[in-house]
Design a protein around this ligand. Structure first.
Ligand code: AMP
Ligand code: GLY
Length: 432
């Protein structure tokens, strides 16, 4: 069996590693991949923006399955084109990918399906936005409608900041021509729930928590994600089923009723508010870095799960099994991230970190004269497993401390809350 993974970040490296653990022992290709993925899969050049190029590569290499990592090719219809060419592909078609590709589409779908989310309105111009701001309570959240790599969301604490945000979207056009979603600010803790969908059935994966802001204590601008852990205290299997019934199943039913059944991963980013869980966003792919945390815990065969997701009803009666171990992932980013990122700086300590038993996957790296250098914003992800959150966290940070490069940025509080909560829960069970 020959599988092509499309993409070249930490998520794709984690997907390649998980596929390589399949009993089907697949031959793995990755396009474009990166310097780290090259050790685990044959990497090939590819223009991710061109679905026809993905089809041509899959055909030339006669692959049995294409697994698409990032949102861009999904929104551009790569899965539709692959399946039309008779090539099996994991992920939604363009219609399903709109749940991620357009925030306004996703909001309307949530209303239609009765899925709880923040109150909102969509504005199409600076003038319309300005008049909407006068009626808002603050803080308020402003979001570019289209894809923005996790960076198109601005939380404005007052009307002046909100006006400045409108200027970023409508005057500067930092995210191109776009509509803007203005939405109620929700307070609470975030939760990521990934689920596999076959157009009809929904199979939840292990819950995870992501750290979106660049600095400790959730300060600074939003990023693609600076670390994560799994599982999440309080989200037991019964809670996971309830949340999946509340959020994923109504959306999958809605998409099926519209004649655009949803296949692939439906990622729900939730806020656990005092009024119950509410959806912040849908993504239609594996999360980054949540995948680096969740897949090392997966015991089921990822190849079988991906294949089953393609067929309506393929996931009926299927469950995804996970290790009891906890996993913690720490992201190492380069100087300037998230506004920019730096490249070409030599990275030291990779072998030492892997020698400590951590999973080190590459996100933005390249090879130069036989050594590994930085190549972009998020550079590496270090994941460690352990029987409790403290040991997983300590092991991840011990390994991450061995890796260095110029300007390295790393949050030091990933999973700290989970450690504290787990300790409290254990003390309640076993009072001294
Ligand atoms: P999104 O891309 O919509 O998930 O937004 C990215 C991040 O912005 C989320 O993970 C939250 O941290 C934050 N965010 C988005 N929407 C809201 C909201 N309505 N209230 C509070 N924070 C939000
Ligand atoms: N970690 C957030 C995302 O994958 O969009």
């Amino acid at each position: 069996m020959k599988i092509l993974v499309v993409g070249g970040g930490g998520r794709e490296h984690a997907i390649v590693r998980a596929l390589s653990r399949s009993p089907k022992n697949p031959e793995l290709l990755c396009a474009p991949g990166n310097a780290g993925i090259a050790a685990d899969a044959r990497c090939l050049p590819l223009d991710l923006a061109d679905p026809a190029a993905i089809v041509a590569l899959a055909r030339d290499e006669a692959v049995d399955l294409v697994v698409i990592g990032p949102e861009g090719p999904l929104v551009a219809g790569a899965v539709d084109e692959l399946e039309a060419a008779g090539i099996a592909a994991f992920g939604p078609g363009a219609a399903g990918a709109q749940l991620e590709g357009s925030k306004a589409f996703a909001k309307r779908a949530m209303l239609d399906a009765g899925v709880p989310t923040a109150d909102y309105r969509v504005v199409r111009s600076l003038a319309e936005g300005e008049s909407a701001l006068a009626q808002q309570s603050y803080p308020v959240v402003l979001k570019a409608d289209g894809l923005a790599a996790g960076k198109g969301v601005i939380i404005a604490s007052d009307i002046a900041e909100a006006r400045a945000a409108l200027a970023v979207f409508f005057t500067e056009r930092r995210f191109g021509p776009t509509e803007v979603v203005i939405e109620e600010h929700l307070a609470g803790e975030e939760l990521t729930l990934l689920a596999l969908c076959d157009g009809k059935n929904v199979v939840p994966l292990a819950p995870a928590q992501d750290y979106k802001r660049i600095f400790d204590g959730d300060a600074g601008p939003n990023t693609g994600g600076m670390g994560s852990y799994s599982p999440v205290p309080g989200v037991d299997p019964a809670a996971l089923e309830r949340l999946t019934d509340l959020i994923h199943r109504p959306i999958v039913d809605l998409m099926a009723s519209r004649g655009t059944p949803f296949h692939g991963v439906l990622y729900a980013g939730l806020m656990l508010t005092a009024d119950g869980p509410k959806v912040l966003e849908f993504n239609t792919r594996f999360g980054d870095p949540e995948t680096q945390t969740v897949l090392p815990r997966l015991r089921s065969d990822l190849v079988a799960l991906c294949l089953a997701s393609r067929t309506p009803g393929g996931l009926a009666g299927v469950a995804a099994e996970f290790d009891d171990d906890w996993a913690v992932t720490v992201v190492l980013a380069s100087a300037g991230y998230p506004e920019s990122g730096s490249s070409g700086d030599p990275i030291s300590g990779l072998a030492e970190a892997a020698g400590r038993g951590a999973e080190v996957v590459h996100a933005g790296t390249a090879e130069r004269d036989g050594s590994i250098v930085t190549a972009g914003g998020r550079v590496l992800n270090v994941t460690a497993l352990g029987p409790d959150p403290a040991s997983a966290r300590d092991a991840a940070y011990a390994a991450a401390a061995l890796i260095n490069f110029e300007g390295r940025q790393m949050r030091t509080d990933i999973a700290a809350r989970a450690v504290a909560r787990h300790r409290e829960a254990s003390q309640e069970r076993n009072p001294q």
